[in-house]
Design a protein around this ligand. Sequence first.
Ligand code: ZN
Length: 159
Amino acid sequence: MEKIPSFQLDHIRLKRGIYVSRKDYVGDEVITTFDIRMKEPNREPVLGAPELHTVEHLAATYLRNHPDYKDRIVFWGPMGCLTGNYFLMRGDYTSRDILPLMQETFRFIRDFEGEVPGTEPRDCGNCLLHNLPMAKYEAEKYLREVLDVATEENLNYPD
Ligand SMILES: [Zn+2]
């Protein structure tokens, strides 16, 4: 079988950041898939599954309620390698276009207090697999070290 495009990306030189992973054309519409990379692949400890799961619940809740973008949100989900998330939007976007939206989203996670949405047994497939304090810690770190100081190398995949 052929090596699919996302395995051809040079993960050795990949930094943390926001990247356009691919664009898919569905009828007349473009779907932009973003790589929301929170950890440098193979060079630092990955996210714990519980906090990545909490990031998923909070990011999806925030984005699907967003007054300007809720109709454009297709999907948010964790990467199996535990270094980040995939985020799909309806429309043709660049990483820079969504940098403010990602800053808002991760500030929402950093500042979140109370019960994480969707963590009752009837709402989630593994409702015990959550860690809000660590999700807040990782959101703060990603904001401070990456999103709030993003340069071109945090917004474009290495050549
Ligand atoms: Zn869940």
